[in-house]
Design a binder for this molecule. Sequence first.
Ligand code: AHQ
Length: 237
Amino acid sequence: MSTPDIQPWSRIEFEQQLRAMGKRYHIHHPFNLRMNAGACSPAQIRGWIANRFYYQFIIPKKDAAILSNCDDRATRRLWIARILDHDGYDDYQGDAQGGMEAWTQLGEAAGIARAELWSLQHVVPAVRFACDAYVDFARRSPWQEAVCSSLTEMFAPQIHKDRLAGWPSQYPWVEEQGLTYFRTRIPLAQRDVEHGLAVTLAYFTTRAQQEHALGILKFKLDILWAMLDAIDKAYPA
Ligand code: AHQ
């Protein structure tokens, strides 16, 4: 007897299911909880900045992989903004400097020189593997699946707001202008999630496809979680 076709979730239910995955977001990781409580040492903050730089470093490659797989011009016209947001555009000054430049300023504000950060010398193996797995997923997956994996940013505004609220008093030794990245990322994340959700809710339509989308999001949540596992182990004090 064939299994009864399970009804697909409505778009509202599907979005609720996606958002319920937030319980696995790395905002709940012990390292992030300690960071948010002001309990990280300067070495742990610097280690986190230097390792998370590699994630920022691969994002443009990940997004270029999605573009290279995408045959829909309207999507590419929107998606290309993500690369410019990170690599910069026009005169590369002010907000046009790009997220990687802002993250470099975060490093300098915490005492990590530009050349040291960009050397990637501090990136621990498991962070590199997790980030490279994200790029590889984007290269080999249908572009809509890779778009779905970016939806971990549904939960990102809060994690940036926590840093903006906490770091000035918890980590006063990090110069204030270093926090620019967190401030500028919030509206960009909200814009990107709006587009990513529209693609995801429209593409995954059967119940099996919707469950597959949850699995894709779990994969990406695990990437973020594994990065903090590795950073936590590499910087115990
Ligand atoms: O700074 C982040 C960023 O630019 C992105 C792009 C997006 C993607 O395409 O997967 N995800 C993401 C995230 C950024 N910051 C992370 C953080 O904790 O600061 C969160 C991360 C995400 O939630 O996926």
